[in-house]
Design a protein around this ligand. Structure first.
Ligand SMILES: Cc1cc2nc3c(=O)[nH]c(=O)nc-3n(C[C@H](O)[C@H](O)[C@H](O)COP(=O)(O)O)c2cc1C
Length: 366
């Protein structure tokens, strides 16, 4: 039998998690019209409620924050009502769920923006790659650099979305500062070439993130807020000339908030863990007094080793949760994991979403 520590309860701020297995945020692009979560989404999350904690798919804080077709929002009354279906279903199944708050910045397309406008970013630098729109993939465009006077409005959008998440019955929120989206774009020198008080020095590049964190924690209290970073990930054409120094500074600056957890994508998101050889993850952990949630390429053995060696407090699993709604049970028994179907990851209906069977059922069907 595997070592039990992954399956022991964990005190996360005021919450007691049933175990240390976290469901990582996973965009599945299955919201209804108006970017409203629906009963199908509630079924999907409830199926996975044996995770100690679920982090919702990224959910945009405003229409400007949207970058992919069919992703849910968290800023209208209809969206709040849709998310209420999800949180009620998860709670009825004795689970816990945080909402991941998202602004994509330049990783968008005019098709997805208010009045077909340009996506916004710290600087007008076009990303490599393509946007997923309702009409298929379209090349990214050169975004519009935000005026300094627009930044308080985006912080207000975060505050509003955080309040909507509270109203929708979530247990907390996660600020998405990873994977090359708006907050990450401000942090890194490849995407932030501003010369005002939001660019240049580490202090300046970190300012926006800290202001957002201040606004969100004012709504929720510090210990119901987590924050996700991906220091060495090149996701969405992002990079920094010195990620160790940058994220050392970021984590130290965040530590004053007493956040519930720091969620760290270790390596290239969904790719090699050694994206920047020699990056010192333990230095981040040591600089932060809240829980350290590790993610990226974890399996049972890696997860148990990280907990045992004190390198993490919680382990987030992403892809394994897609095809294994009962992942916790499978890990606990050392059972084989089902493989996900790439073709049904983004968009569509129940197929490849809520029809992955749990283990007992899967065994009976053979
Ligand atoms: C289909 C899919 C959707 C994802 N959506 C999100 C998301 O909405 N927010 C986020 O922070 N990361 C997202 N990620 C990244 C995962 O949370 C996770 O970091 C990545 O899959 C690596 O973890 P794993 O090896 O356990 O899968 C997504 C990954 C996949 C495969």
């Amino acid at each position: 039998m595997p070592d039990a520590s992954l399956f022991q309860p964990y005190a996360l701020g005021p919450l007691t998690l049933a175990n240390r297995v976290v469901m990582a945020p996973l965009t599945r692009s299955r919201a209804a019209a108006g970017d409203v979560p629906q009963a199908l989404n509630a079924t999907y999350y409830a199926q996975r409620a044996t995770a100690g904690l679920i982090i919702s798919e990224a959910t945009q804080i405003s229409q400007q924050g949207k970058g992919y077709a069919f992703t849910p929002g968290i800023y209208t009354p209809q969206q709040v009502a849709g998310w209420r279906l999800v949180t009620d279903a998860v709670h009825a199944a004795h689970g816990r769920i945080f909402a991941q708050l998202w602004h994509v910045g330049r990783i968008s397309h005019p098709d997805l923006q208010p009045e077909g406008g340009l996506p916004v970013a710290p600087s007008a630098i076009q990303p490599e790659g393509q946007a997923f729109t309702e009409a298929g993939f379209k090349p990214f465009v050169t975004p519009r650099a935000l005026a300094e006077a627009e930044i308080p409005g985006i912080i207000a959008d975060y505050r509003h979305a955080a309040a909507c998440a509270l109203q929708a019955g979530f247990d907390g929120v996660e600020i998405h500062a990873a994977n090359g989206y708006l907050l990450d774009q401000f942090l890194r020198d490849k995407t932030n070439q501003r010369t005002d008080s939001y660019g240049g020095s580490l202090e300046n590049r970190t300012r926006f993130l800290l202001e957002v964190t201040e606004a969100v924690t004012a709504v929720w209290g510090d210990n119901r807020v987590g924050l996700r970073i991906s220091p060495t990930s090149p996701a969405n054409d992002i990079a920094d000339s010195n990620p160790q120094r940058l994220f050392g500074h970021v984590v130290k600056a965040l530590d004053r908030f007493g956040l519930a957890y720091l969620h760290v994508v270790e390596g290239a998101t969904g790719g090699p863990r050694e994206a920047v050889p020699g990056f010192d993850w333990l230095a981040l952990r040591r600089g932060f007094r809240g829980a350290y949630m590790a993610n990226n390429g974890y399996d049972l053995a890696l997860a148990q080793a990280a907990l045992k060696e004190g390198r993490a407090d919680l382990i987030a699993f992403g892809r394994p949760f897609i095809a294994n709604p009962d992942l916790v049970q499978r890990l606990r028994h050392g059972s084989p994991l089902a493989k996900l179907d790439q073709a049904t990851l983004y968009g569509g209906d129940a197929h490849g979403y809520t029809d992955y069977p749990p283990m007992v059922q899967a065994a009976a069907a053979q």
